[in-house]
Design a protein around this ligand. Structure first.
Ligand code: LIP
Length: 270
């Protein structure tokens, strides 16, 4: 039965159904790969790439069946169906290094955008089953429980999440930014999956999060969860969150963190 609604809760229902099946596939493939890698000596990277691609194909096929007129932007296969009002933004496995190592911090992230505005999003930890959801104007939830971000107001007492790119030149600059920020916050946490980092900030498990170099599929769903939990989610100098910078923080912390990151040229470098 094809679906055409662009109502946030209807979009969320579809995203959640698909994300749950996709997360099961990711978990199953990892379990199978652990045994097969030992038997076939295929490379770890092949294992991760195979799972990434298989999960995105599954998501894309289910979306084509349920919502044939919609567009899709996925990490592995890029864009399809340009120009449609509804676009699905998909990261099949966010936290691929964690997936490779078996660290239980990797997620399926699916967001639904209508006319350029994200209206629904789900982030499902494929290792633990933890699931964060949000719909625009409808609040943010962890396993169905309403969540709100941190009430921390002092940057020096803030636990701040971040992440680093893969490119050595970019990591050099990110390390310099980190060393400039570290003396001014309580501490730093690096979990390895942006979508989950944003959900942790939405729940107050960390006080704030920032990262340079995120693609739309990394932050579309988690960014809505954070926004609906009361956080400010933006780039530097009033920009939308995007490749140069994503900052997610409670309003009282956003300014001090933003200004510190701006002074450190956090959006600069490679
Ligand atoms: C990851 C991001 C994370 C970043 C990692 C990596 P991937 O995405 O979610 O925030 O710090 O370097 O880019 O590559 O695992 O899908």
């Amino acid at each position: 039965m094809q679906r055409t609604s662009s109502e946030p809760l209807d979009l969320l229902e579809t995203a959640v159904e698909i994300a749950r099946r996709a997360a099961d596939t990711a978990a199953r493939m990892r379990a199978e790969a652990v045994s097969s890698t030992i038997d076939t000596k295929s490379t770890d990277t092949d294992v991760v790439t195979a799972a990434d691609r298989a999960v995105e194909r599954q998501i894309a096929e289910e979306l084509r069946t349920l919502r044939p007129g919609d567009a899709l932007l996925g990490e592995e296969y890029g864009s399809a169906g340009e120009g449609a009002a509804v676009r699905w933004i998909v990261d099949p496995i966010d936290g691929t290094v964690n997936y490779l190592y078996g660290l239980p911090q990797y997620a399926v992230s699916i967001a639904a955008e209508v006319d350029g505005v994200v209206l629904a999003g789900v982030v499902r930890n494929a290792a633990t089953g933890d699931e964060w959801t949000a719909s625009r104007g409808g609040g943010a939830f962890h396993d169905g429980r309403p969540i709100r971000g941190s009430r921390q107001t002092v940057l020096a007492q803030a636990l701040v999440g971040t992440g680093f790119g893969y490119d050595a030149a970019r990591r050099t600059h990110q390390a310099a930014v980190l060393s400039g920020l570290l003396p001014h916050v309580r501490d730093i946490r690096r979990f390895g999956a942006a979508s989950l980092d944003l959900c942790f900030a939405a729940e107050g498990l960390i006080d704030a999060y920032y990262e340079k170099g995120l693609n739309p599929w990394d932050h579309a769903a988690g960014g809505l969860v954070a926004r609906e939990a009361g956080l400010t989610v933006a780039g530097l100098d009033g920009a939308e969150p995007g490749l140069p910078m994503v900052i997610a923080a409670p309003p009282a912390l956003f300014g001090p963190l933003h200004d510190r990151l701006s002074a450190l040229d956090a959006a600069g470098g490679a």
